[in-house]
Ligand binder design. Structure first.
Ligand code: SF4
Length: 375
């Protein structure tokens, strides 16, 4: 029986366990692992600093570790977890999507988006997704497996390294140059709260300070969920200050039951109540994600209903023009319907943004790149 937050709705296809990696372990577990290899416990801090702060997992760079011990420590604690299949860039290079092949051949993806004032990275928490939303390419392909904590963290460490080394142009100056990662969104492949233990482990690794972790701010991290209520309530008790984004996509149960099938288990009202519980404990506003789909969920009366549900709650709505997937009957709303939807929410005083759809020309909708690679 899975614990709350470890819910899987479709059996994972892949059962291969990724190798243990430093980033899977707490600082205490790292010290134990190093001691088991016959090394002094302080080597764990050295390795952690190389990986999380200096962003190198190449033993040749570890000049503070005796040469004889480097390969052994690297083999045991920093095995290669994934390789780049390809990078795809658009927006003059300021958006870079990476397709990864994991050790068992599974494909996942991450996206770096550099803006004048910030850099956001979108990461995958699962290979595929078991939530089965009918408008989503990833959902149609099903769930391969959960990513390990280290497989999640490594997407970000690699992105930090690419930014530091000036590989992603853009930003305030035309040349770009080095940059720092400011935001992480768990909005790539997968439902993060269905891989609860590993995702929360990744948040700790990313936000622990030097040398234990990457020293990023929890306030810059957004975890999105379709509404796994028990996991949301558990998440509220973690003491995190991350932002929680709820992929609502419909304000009424009748439609949401079809657009987000997990709604047959937890209804709109329960999902929103769990979101408000998180907002209260974390002190963060909730984001409501709503993919606008032509003639499906973009009617004025639905904007009004959504506005009434969110009024006075301090939540912010992100409207996402649907990026149609090949062969899908779902498509983006007409501009006039989008404008009317925005106005309907604003009439209730609900803040709303129409999301920038960066990366569309490189198959930016979640899962599309990996789905294209599979065929
Ligand atoms: S929309 Fe999100 S939750 Fe739904 S199937 Fe796609 S990746 Fe999974």
């Amino acid at each position: 029986m899975p614990a709350p937050g470890e819910l899987t709705f479709v059996a994972p296809r892949g059962a291969v366990k990724p190798p243990r990696h430093l980033a899977d372990l707490t600082p205490a577990e790292r010290r134990d692992a190093v001691a088991e290899l016959g090394e002094k416990p302080f080597r764990a801090r050295q390795l952690s600093r190389h990986y999380f702060t200096r962003l190198t997992d190449d033993p040749a760079d570890w000049t503070d570790v005796p040469a004889a011990a480097r390969e052994r420590l690297a083999g045991a604690l920093l095995p290669r977890l994934m390789t780049v299949v390809r990078h795809l860039s658009c927006d003059d290079g300021a958006t870079r999507k990476t397709l990864w092949r994991l050790g068992d051949g599974t494909l996942v993806e991450s996206v770096l988006m550099r803006y004048p004032d910030r850099v956001t990275m979108c990461v995958s928490s699962q290979a595929g997704c078991g939530m089965n939303c009918p408008f989503c390419a990833t959902g149609q392909a099903g769930l391969d497996r959960n990513l390990s904590t280290a497989e999640i963290v490594h997407q970000i460490v690699d992105g930090m390294r690419a930014l530091r080394d000036g590989e992603v142009p853009g930003g305030a100056s035309p040349e770009g140059g080095p940059a720092r990662l400011s935001n992480i969104v768990f909005m790539g492949m997968g439902e993060p709260l269905a891989n609860y233990r590993r995702v929360t482990g990744a948040i700790r690794r990313l936000t622990d300070g030097d040398p234990d972790g990457a020293g990023l701010s929890q306030r810059g991290i957004t975890v999105s969920t379709v509404g796994l209520v028990p996991a949301m309530l558990r998440f509220a008790d973690e003491g995190f200050t991350c932002r929680l984004a709820v992929s609502l996509h419909a304000p009424d149960d009748e439609l949401r039951d079809t657009l987000v099938p997990v709604n047959t288990r937890w209804k709109v009202r329960e999902v929103l109540d769990a979101a408000w519980a998180y907002a209260e404990k974390s002190g963060r506003r909730i984001s409501i994600e709503y993919a606008l789909i032509r003639d499906i969920n973009d009617q004025a009366w639905r904007a009004d209903l959504l506005g009434r549900l969110l009024k006075g709650r301090g939540a912010h709505v992100n409207l996402i023009p649907l990026n149609p997937t090949p062969g899908s009957r779902w498509t983006a709303s007409r501009p006039e319907d989008e404008r009317a939807f925005v106005a309907g929410l604003q009439a209730h005083g609900v803040p709303v943004t129409v999301r920038d759809t960066r990366g569309q020309e490189i198959d930016g909708a979640c899962g599309q790149l990996a789905a294209a690679e599979r065929v």
